[in-house]
Design a protein around this ligand. Sequence first.
Ligand SMILES: [Ca+2]
Ligand SMILES: [Ca+2]
Length: 169
Amino acid sequence: MKTSIKTNVLAATFICIASTHAMAFDTDEIKDNQAPLSTEFNQLDKSGDGLLSYTEASEDKLFTKKHFAKADVDKDGTLNQDEYSTYKSKAVKKNVSRVVDDSLITTKAKEELLRAKDIKSLQISVETYKGEVILSGFVENAAMKEKAEKIVAKIEGVKAVKNSLEVKS
Ligand SMILES: [Ca+2]
Ligand SMILES: [Ca+2]
């Protein structure tokens, strides 16, 4: 009994400290990866004990069993605020940089296709998702179709090219 009271007091102290920290950040800084994410954490912590059980954490779609296990660094079966925010902010950052990467690839691919003398690129459309580039639209001959694919495949960050270009006859 004594121990559990102690733990609760500790947890409450921790939450207080965490929210004081959160208040010190303005909205711009909360977007930074150093943000404590304490609001999200407290919303998920339905029991209010300062720890997220798997059931509590899984309210956030990110925390599937696999992700929960990875985030639980000390393997005690719960996530404390630290474990939660470290994992969550990393995941958010990763997702943001993936979207940025995809749009950079698209831009680069369009540039390269424009630059290629023997390709009439105006009818080619480029889309990128998770590093896979999808080429669609029309080209004048099979050689152009092949060349466009080769050019795009060479761009840094491209994992695959789906060549859906159609040859105009
Ligand atoms: Ca809890
Ligand atoms: Ca833990």
